[in-house]
Design a protein around this ligand. Structure first.
Ligand code: AMP
Length: 420
């Protein structure tokens, strides 16, 4: 786990702010769930990979608990209990830190942050599209330039396995192998589990079907799976989602992949991941999971959602040579020339802060020249120097740090002059 300082911390919080702004713009209400949950609640609903990677411990009340490795289980618990009678659709947003005992490497940490959006209550393709469109809006909002969505549908692969009576547990292991791109082992596992020769051939063909021409790719998938009616239905659902998305978000870049699988077991429909170009790890991912709420005893509630990795978004921006877009703001340093003027300095600082200006007050007792050269180094834009002669006339010296000019300004007009 890392200490985040300076820009790392600032960038993370900035992306978090933007994510919150998008949640508001799309009508998602924030929920705050505990960092620690009952182990059983998390373990029962997670994929094997995440289950093995939890930080688990016994608390002083001898309960087996764990640090949350994802938000979805906690949010699903809420929807199945406290929010069971809340009107649908229910749009929920959560953001915060998650914990997984992953092997630390580039973009993979044991403590990381996610922004998570979930839409409960609709099984319509427009709900899937909303999640994709919202993700696209967030990526634009933070200023990411080059990225694409990898998209697929778990129903295509699962219906072929279902057709041969492969158990859900075996299907889950096959999907996990596919997620890790271990195609040969996945096919071998399917064979050992009882897949027929023709199903194995179909699966193998599917694993090689992908491309940017979504209509053509989906038609190719339909041709390959034509004897599996559920698979055709799944591909049709994906076609509908993509056609609404393309009509609504013309600039979205999609790569349809028939062999795409995600590790988590609960996905039941469309799935996707977002990749920033120049980075081969996903910055976010999501999909439809219509059965999860039922697992929590909350009845049948269809759901679709996305989780964006805040740390990885920050890395992706850096790699693309973009800093997290900050609004250029004025930063002011207020310096009292002598101690007896500190009261005035505090008063002036507060007046400016109340008008929304970022103000630091010199608290090290340094001389004006030392305070100014430090301010210069730290990118302060204006210095307000409070001297005894000027204050008698309700004036201060205002120094424009970049221009290296200075003028005497009345306190009454100070804010206006800084803003100009
Ligand atoms: P998941 O919850 O596994 O679907 O992951 C969703 C997103 O969270 C990924 O696309 C990553 O951006 C991010 N993520 C997952 N695991 C980690 C990790 N160990 N470190 C940093 N980011 C992660």
């Amino acid at each position: 786990m890392r200490d985040l300082v300076d820009e790392e911390a600032e960038n993370l919080r900035l992306i978090e702010q933007r994510a919150r702004k998008i949640s508001r713009l799309y009508g998602y209400k924030e929920v705050i769930t505990p960092l620690v949950e009952h182990y059983e609640l998390l373990a029962a609903k997670l994929g094997e990979e995440n289950r093995k990677r939890m930080f688990v411990f016994e608390d002083l009340g001898r309960r087996k608990v764990a640090l949350r490795p994802e938000f979805t289980a906690s949010v699903a618990r809420l929807v199945a209990t406290k929010m069971q009678s809340a009107p649908r659709p229910l749009r929920l947003f959560s953001v915060g830190s998650l914990y997984r005992y992953d092997e630390p490497q580039f973009g993979r940490y044991r403590e990381f942050w996610q922004a998570n959006y979930e839409l409960f209550g609709s099984n319509k393709p427009e709900a899937d599209v909303e999640i994709l469109a919202l993700t696209n809006s967030l990526l634009k909002e933070i200023g990411l330039k080059n990225y694409f969505f990898k998209i697929g549908h778990v129903g295509v692969l699962r219906s072929i396995l279902n057709h041969d009576g492969i158990s859900e547990e075996q299907q889950n292991s096959i999907m996990q192998l596919l997620d890790k791109k271990q195609f040969d082992i996945a096919l071998k596992t399917a064979k050992n589990a009882g897949s027929s020769k023709s199903s194995l051939d179909t699966l193998e063909t599917l694993l090689n079907i992908k491309g940017r021409q979504s209509d053509a790719v989906i038609s190719e998938i339909c041709e390959v799976v034509k004897s599996y009616s559920e698979a055709i239905e799944a591909a049709g659902n994906l076609r509908e989602i993509i056609s609404i998305l393309k009509a609504g978000c013309v600039d979205v870049d999609l790569s349809v992949e028939a062999g795409f699988a995600r590790g988590l077991e609960y996905y039941s429909g469309m799935i996707f991941e977002i990749f920033a170009t120049n980075m081969d790890i996903a910055v976010g991912g999501g999909g439809r999971y219509d059965k999860l709420i039922e697992l929590f005893g909350g009845g049948q509630v269809p759901a679709v959602g996305v989780a964006l990795g805040v740390d990885r978004l920050s890395l992706a921006l850096q790699k693309q040579g973009q800093t997290t877009q900050r609004s250029e703001e004025n930063r002011v340093l207020v310096v009292a020339v002598e101690n007896s003027l500190l009261g005035h300095a505090f008063k002036i600082s507060n007046m400016l802060r109340e008008k929304g200006i970022v103000v630091e007050l010199e608290t090290m007792g340094r001389s004006v020249s030392k305070a100014l050269s430090d301010a210069d180094r730290r990118g302060i834009t204006h210095a307000v120097i409070v001297g005894s002669k000027e204050i008698q006339e309700n004036m201060v010296a205002l120094r424009f740090m970049r221009e290296r000019t200075q003028e005497i300004v009345s306190i009454e007009h100070l804010f206006e002059r800084i803003r100009q």
